[in-house]
Design a protein around this ligand. Structure first.
Ligand SMILES: NC(=O)c1ccc[n+]([C@@H]2O[C@H](COP(=O)([O-])OP(=O)(O)OC[C@H]3O[C@@H](n4cnc5c(N)ncnc54)[C@H](OP(=O)(O)O)[C@@H]3O)[C@@H](O)[C@H]2O)c1
Length: 270
């Protein structure tokens, strides 16, 4: 009789432990990986830092001749950070990294690298437009994000999360309407990026890949203060913007594919 009671107690204990451990493990993310372009500075570095602190594997991309100190220091603190070179405007380097990382799942491909040129300066102002400046801006913001997405699409498809996002801006939103003039080339390049993302979302729907534009808001920086378009209190601190965007990305579903969302998880207009 006491043997039977002990067996029942043991079965109950196993059931309780199973329940407790399933709860623990369901809240722990296992081996998720994000690839971030332009990870050495600005918003990209904040993304790399916050994802690393969450325990994710971070493939941190830079385009410098030698690995930037910012990323080396991050790697020293978080060994799951790997540092890779890729200039998103140079197709050879994009393809070389694609070949090097073949077979490695990438849960979130974060097209962060961007180039605004002299957004508020004469090179992007009506009457003094410098058409030579357009090429680098478009190659980076529009074509670069497409080339990177194409090169790593199999990595994303083979992951659990299957997300491709790119950094966008209200400055390129037709619906929001430009609050001011100027900045032609940056606006045009991000508008082109929007079309890249919408088209990718159609091409990759059957594969279950979520593709979205993410908007950090106007992030507090000396550069943005110097532009003088917005007062300091209308800008968002980089850690808040990035924390909000990571949360937004974490909660994305196929319903969000083909949309633009901001750091508060609100949908914007294209
Ligand atoms: N700041 C804002 O308020 C704001 C608002 C809306 C959207 N965004 C977008 O958010 C993204 C990050 O902005 P940010 O303010 O952090 O810019 P940032 O400080 O200028 O940093 C841009 C990053 O992109 C890298 N990069 C530029 N061209 C590249 C290339 N050809 N190949 C590889 N990497 C390249 C830069 O590398 P180097 O350090 O070597 O130059 C740097 O790491 C951009 O796409 C931007 O358009 C920013």
């Amino acid at each position: 009789m006491s043997g039977l009671i002990n067996r029942i107690k043991m079965i109950r204990l196993i059931a309780v432990l199973g329940f407790v451990f399933s709860g623990v493990f369901s809240s722990v993310s296992i081996a998720e990986t994000v690839m971030i372009t332009g990870a050495n500075a600005g918003i990209g570095f904040e993304f790399a830092t916050q994802y690393a602190a969450k325990g994710w594997g971070v493939i941190a991309i830079h385009r410098r001749d030698t690995p930037p100190v910012s990323l080396l220091e991050l790697q020293a603190e978080y060994p799951k950070v790997s540092i890779e070179y890729m200039d998103i405007t140079l197709l050879d380097t994009v393809r070389a990294l694609g070949a090097k990382l073949a077979g490695q799942p990438i849960d979130v491909l974060l097209n962060n690298a961007g180039y605004a040129g002299n957004f508020s300066g004469p090179s992007q102002a009506l009457g003094t437009l410098d058409y030579d400046a357009f090429d680098t801006i478009m190659r980076t913001n529009g074509v670069g994000a497409l080339a990177v997405s194409e090169a790593f699409i199999d990595n994303v498809k083979s992951s659990d999360r299957k997300v491709i996002v790119a950094m966008s801006s209200n400055l390129a939103s037709f619906g929001a309407g430009p609050p001011t003039g100027g900045g032609y080339f940056y606006r045009m390049s991000k508008a082109a990026l929007h079309m890249v993302l919408i088209t990718l979302s159609k091409d990759l729907k059957e594969d279950g890949v979520i593709v979205a534009a993410i908007n950090p808001g106007v992030v507090w920086s000396q550069k943005n203060l110097d532009h003088g378009h917005l007062a300091e209190d209308q800008m968002v601190k980089v850690d808040i913007a990035v924390g909000g965007l990571i949360n937004t990305i974490d909660n994305m579903t196929m319903e969000d594919s083909g949309w633009l969302v901001n750091y508060k998880a609100e949908r914007g207009v294209w």
